[in-house]
Design a protein around this ligand. Sequence first.
Ligand code: CP
Ligand code: NVA
Length: 314
Amino acid sequence: MSVNLKGKSLLTLKDFSKEEIYYLIDLAAELKEKKKNGIFEKNMKNKNIALIFEKPSTRTRCAFTVACNDEGAHPEYLSKNDIQLGHKESVEDTARVLGRMFDGIEFRGFSQEVVEKLAKYSGVPVWNGLTDDDHPTQVLADFLTIREHLGKLEGIKFVYVGDGRNNMSNALMIGCAKAGVNFTVASPKELWPKSDILNICKKFSEESGAEINVTDNKFDAVKNADVIYTDVWCSMGEENKSEERIKLLSPYQVNNELIKASENEKVLFMHCLPAVKGKEVTEDVFESKYSVVFDEAENRMHTIKAVMVASIRG
Ligand code: CP
Ligand code: NVA
């Protein structure tokens, strides 16, 4: 069955099949190669794309902007201070207004419910650029990066170390469960994934063949890992939790000892960035030969481009 994503929003990878996920990674690789060869097909010529940001961003904002420019679309950046969303106007009304003018909407903010409402009421594709619960476009970039470095994705051992209930942990667990990637979260018990998301992922994994594990033993977790991934200990909006997180997560720092415990000389170190060096990862691991963090950052653009092109071009 051929994949057709025309008109489809990307709110979470829960809504995407394994075939659709691999299709987007393949399309991103194809568009990346074309750009390297100076080929620009302008698949989004004359389209207008709204970029709503309630939270700050470097990679996501720049990736959407550059991808729009490469494909012939006009990106319009709207910070929370520029529009009325949820303040002077309901999300439903803003969605209907934007849907009359724009061909697609990116949203980064706090609430997953808001991005879902934007999709429901705007009538145009909506792409989740990060919420408190999810970060699906980051996962696509990470998957492309893994495939480029390891030559495969399905069946590898992916270990996430750190805050097991943040947006990245959720998003990676969903993506891995769908794509047939064996996924382990190593985290203190206080920060284990919530049971609802864990149960959903276990269901997905029955279909894809992925193994999903949660442990507080980081050394057991990383043994034979192909990928060791971490993220900040305090996500955007949680700055007041710094003290308790440092206490809980300091034993889960990704350092040379943990990398060695993988017993895999080819293990990849990954991080969605921005990183707080000296906290979740040491400077030497960040700068080491294992680290592919800037490939991930570049691939945000190629994968976000693929997501937009797939839902607009068809
Ligand atoms: N990884 C990521 O989403 O980065 P930004 O917060 O800079 O967009
Ligand atoms: N968990 C992080 C991811 C940043 C890309 C945050 O939400 O701040």
